[in-house]
Design a protein around this ligand. Structure first.
Ligand code: COA
Length: 260
């Protein structure tokens, strides 16, 4: 598939998806959200992709939010549809992907941009990054999961302050809050993400996808996360990766996981 708003590259088992609308600071219009769904779906189904990295083009922005020009004249029903469809097609979809997803936050991550980064499994930021949920300054609230994922990541009080003030925090503060795991200079951002991705890619991806399910279930009110962990733990014993991992350990050699 060809994309109008994305750029894709694949090396060493890593697919890098770059949102490519720099003139609009990579704002998420409807077409970009649709293309992101397609790109994540394809990378997740691709046997050669072990880890996905998502970033923004240019040096200024990861994503400066949902494209405001597309919803400025919306009414209530359209607003509900926008949030529901966006959450299902992109934000929840990414959070529940079985392939690990790292957000490389290379500048502004605002509104839907921060929500996209938060839907990823974890985040790194460049030192020029600025993160925030400015929706109340537009008379809105976050609609792509921000009111749920921000408190999970930074705690209720900090999330409330960020959402109520509509302010931006810098990369160091985001790291202190636990919103991003590491802060590096902009030139080092993708190489550092790739280094972490290579480390992930050497492990059992079958086990990693089970771990993603179990960790995500702790934030799902409908299920008991400990029960999910017991089931996923048990399922691992039926995998070829488990046989290879334990055999390799006992034989004192490096595991070569078949991925099944
Ligand atoms: N939706 C639509 N267009 C956006 C956008 C968004 N979320 N964010 C930036 N853009 C566009 C601007 O309209 C501008 O387009 P133009 O050149 O055709 O006028 C272009 O991107 C560059 O942005 P600009 O505002 O000129 O850059 P800046 O450096 O002065 O400011 C920001 C950067 C990020 C502070 C500012 O763009 C901003 O506040 N964006 C909106 C952030 C937001 O509220 N996001 C949440 C949406 S729910």
């Amino acid at each position: 598939m060809t994309y109008n708003n994305l750029h894709l590259e694949q090396n060493n088992g890593i697919t890098i998806i770059t949102i490519d609308r720099p003139k609009k600071l990579n704002a998420l219009n409807k077409e970009t959200i649709h293309e992101l769904h397609e790109a994540f779906d394809a990378a997740n189904a691709d046997d050669d992709t072990k880890v996905i990295i998502i970033t923004g083009s240019g040096e200024k922005a990861f994503v400066a939010g949902a494209d405001i020009s597309e919803f400025a004249d919306f009414e209530v029903g359209e607003g509900i549809d926008l949030a529901a469809k966006g959450q299902a097609d992109l934000f929840d979809f990414v959070a529940n992907l079985s392939t690990p997803v790292i957000a490389a936050v290379n500048g502004f991550a605002l509104g839907g941009g921060l929500e996209l980064a938060m839907a990823c499994h974890f985040r790194l930021a460049s030192d020029n990054a600025k993160l925030g949920l400015p929706e109340v300054s537009l008379g809105l609230i976050p609609g792509y999961g921000g009111t749920q994922r921000l408190p999970q990541l930074v705690g209720k009080g900090r999330a409330m302050e960020m959402i109520m003030t509509a302010g931006m925090i810098d990369a160091k503060t985001a790291c202190d809050y636990g919103l991003v795991n590491h802060v590096v200079e902009q030139e080092a951002l993708l190489p550092t993400c790739e280094k972490i991705a290579m480390k992930i890619g050497g492990n059992s991806l079958v086990a990693i996808s089970a771990a993603i399910k179990a960790v995500n279930s702790s934030f799902d009110n409908g299920v008991n996360g400990f029960d999910v962990e017991i089931q996923e733990f048990g399922n691992c014993f039926g995998t070829d990766d488990f046989k290879e991992g334990t055999t390799a350990f006992l034989a004192k050699r490096k595991a070569d996981f078949p991925g099944s």
